[in-house]
Design a protein around this ligand. Structure first.
Ligand code: FAD
Ligand code: NAP
Length: 545
């Protein structure tokens, strides 16, 4: 019997109470879209609920100037359907947001997804009715639907972080957040613009805003490392070569710690002399992109090796930025790669423009927005537009913004008040039949997210089919398995330098958020092996009933 037959034979089982849906999926980003396709193929009745007005998730919301992926397009794309990956033509090494959203829409059309997605529909609450093993999912509009299986595909970086700065309502100009960018064109021509933040979103948008604006002032709390993207149109010969061996390439990528295929150098930065070290860093710098950190095998493990890489980038900044004071301010002092590495197109060069100014706010936070601008360090600055490039309440934000209650009515927010706990980033004990895609405790944000969301969607869909096909009705993470997974996650996090700084990986960007290193850093291959072993052992660590 195929899994499809197994599922349709048992959904809904005659002995179980009828539900409006077999599965409700929250979110229609790449995760929710693929889940819908996969679950529908297995014979389930699926409803996707999406707060936005269209598919695409991250790429629906983040429309700021310069937004593009920093994992190469040929890898940052679905692989579940070979016809799709053969037919789709990416135009650049790193696709722009408009191209990625076109791709998401194409996938929605190709697999006829929209008919099962409710757009403009934000889920407010999901409560487990344990007497019937049913989830009641309530939208902000007040509708409630029942479902046996409930999946949060709400994204790791989808709850915009708007800092709580007094006076926001008094500012008479326009306010933007990169993660909630308007759908209409925003024209900064002739405007005095402020950008708050210097993370990936700021670093992508600053060079373009600077070209348009009369003046641009960047408010920097912590300087960040950026590696040149060296973006370029894709060479048709390279594309043909990749497509001829796409399957092999995807399989190779899954053997890499971040799920991204590139030539890694399995040598310590301490094992070579200075000339060779500089040459290897220079080679990566010229190639461009995130794989700079693959120049040596211990850049995220050994402080001295890390310092070599950091010094190399700092020297590049000093050579690029003409004003030595500005260059020094732009030189990060922390571990390179501890906060997520940024990939730029002309970021540091932008600070050589006459109309661009850098304000260091590391010692004096923005005190208030005023009618005409903002105030920091006792000084007033006047602007027409203020852009918050202040990031996200990452990994847990979108999960905890929904009032989720599991067994005995216990809120997820209460269970996670000292930090998130999950088994494999897929389920959390006490919340039966509720799954998360790329939840805390999964490799997610430390990997190419497309293969990560595909792997989770496949795990979840196959798991539901397995349970339904075996006449069961409930799956739940065992508390002991969860504790062991959390302890393992903490232990591997402690082995790397990545867990040592105040990044969004540890929740440091959100006041009051518990400090826990949230993603699983043991590597994509180890995680895939663990998931495969769990399934082979009859969903070991999960209680099926
Ligand atoms: P999302 O795309 O975040 O989709 C989640 C969806 O859930 C959203 O549409 C949201 O509206 C919806 N939602 C959330 N809460 C609710 C609710 N309560 N009710 C209804 N709907 C809800 N990753 C990479 O690997 N490479 C990259 O180059 C890369 N670039 C990025 C660039 C930016 C600007 C950002 C912000 C992230 C980037 N990422 C990148 C990470 C990116 O989030 C993932 O690659 C991927 O798009 C995640 O897909 P998803 O479906 O899991 O989540
Ligand atoms: P981010 O990395 O969290 O950066 C936010 C920036 O805002 C930081 O510089 C932060 O300073 C600053 N900030 C936050 N609150 C502030 C406050 N109250 N006052 C002053 N400054 C404040 O967010 P992001 O740039 O949106 O990126 C988030 C993640 O999304 C990335 O790490 C990446 O995973 C993904 N992304 C990828 C791309 C890409 O290239 N494909 C582009 C954008 C985003 P501190 O550092 O001091 O906290």
């Amino acid at each position: 019997m195929t899994q499809t037959e197994a599922a349709s034979d048992h959904t809904p089982a005659a002995s179980q109470p009828a539900t409006d849906m077999d599965v409700i999926v929250v979110g229609a980003g790449f995760a929710g879209m693929y889940l819908l396709h996969r679950l529908r193929g297995l014979g389930f009745r699926v409803q996707v609920m999406e707060a936005g007005s269209d598919v695409g998730g991250t790429w629906y919301w983040n429309r700021y100037p310069g937004a593009r992926c920093d994992v190469e397009s040929m890898q940052y794309s679905y692989q579940f359907d070979d016809d799709l990956q053969q037919e789709w033509e990416w135009s650049e090494r790193y696709a722009t947001q408009p191209e990625i959203i076109r791709y998401a829409r194409h996938v929605a059309d190709r697999f006829d997804l929209r008919r099962d997605i409710r757009f403009d529909c934000r889920v407010a609450a999901a409560h487990l009715d344990e007497t019937q093993d049913v989830w009641r999912v309530t939208t902000e509009g007040g509708d409630t639907l029942t479902t046996r299986w409930f999946v949060m595909a709400t994204g790791c970086l989808s709850s915009a972080n708007m800092p709580d700065i007094p006076g926001v309502e008094s500012f008479r100009g326009a306010i933007f957040h990169t993660g909630q960018w308007p759908h209409e064109d925003v024209d900064f021509t002739g405007k005095r613009v402020a950008v708050i933040g210097t993370g990936s979103s700021a670093i992508q948008s600053i060079p373009i805003i600077a070209e348009q604006a009369a003046s641009l002032t960047v408010f920097q709390r912590t300087a960040n490392y950026a590696i040149p993207a060296r973006n370029r149109p894709l060479d048709p010969e390279d594309v043909a070569r990749i497509k001829a061996h796409y399957g092999e390439m995807r399989a190779q990528a899954k053997k890499m710690p971040a799920g991204i295929l590139f030539q890694a150098n399995d040598v310590s930065a301490r094992a070579v002399d200075d000339a060779e070290r500089q040459a290897r860093f220079e080679h990566r710098w010229q190639k461009g992109g995130l794989t700079f950190l693959g120049a040596f095998n211990d850049l995220l493990l050994d402080e001295k090796s890390n310092r070599y890489a950091a010094d190399f980038v700092r020297n590049k900044i000093r050579k690029t930025v003409k004003d030595p004071k500005v260059a020094e301010l732009l030189c990060p002092t922390n571990i390179i790669g501890c906060k997520r590495l940024c990939v730029d197109s002309g970021y540091y060069e932008t600070f050589n423009r006459q109309n661009v100014h850098l304000v260091d706010i590391s010692g004096s936070p923005i005190e208030a927005l005023t009618e005409s601008g903002l105030r920091t360090g006792g000084e007033e600055y006047a602007f027409d537009c203020i852009v918050f490039a202040t990031g996200f309440d990452a990994m847990t934000g979108s999960l905890l913004r929904v009032d989720i209650r599991g067994s005995e009515g216990r809120p997820l927010a209460e269970k996670w008040q000292e930090g998130p706990k999950t088994y494999l980033g897929l389920m959390t004990a006490g919340f039966p039949n509720m799954f998360m895609v790329t939840g805390p405790g999964s490799p997610s944000v430390l990997t190419n997210m497309l293969p990560s969301v595909e792997q989770h969607a496949e795990f979840i869909a196959d798991c539901i089919a397995h349970i339904a096909g075996n006449g069961l009705k409930r799956i739940e993470a065992e508390p002991e398995a969860e504790e062991a997974w959390v302890a393992h996650g903490d232990q591997v996090a402690g082995l790397t330098l990545r867990s040592t700084c105040s990044s969004w990986y540890v929740g440091a960007n959100i006041p009051g958020k518990p400090r826990v290193f949230m993603p699983y850093i043991g590597g994509f291959p180890a995680y895939l092996d663990k998931c495969a072993e769990v399934v082979a052992n009859g969903y070991e660590g999960f209680r099926l009933s």
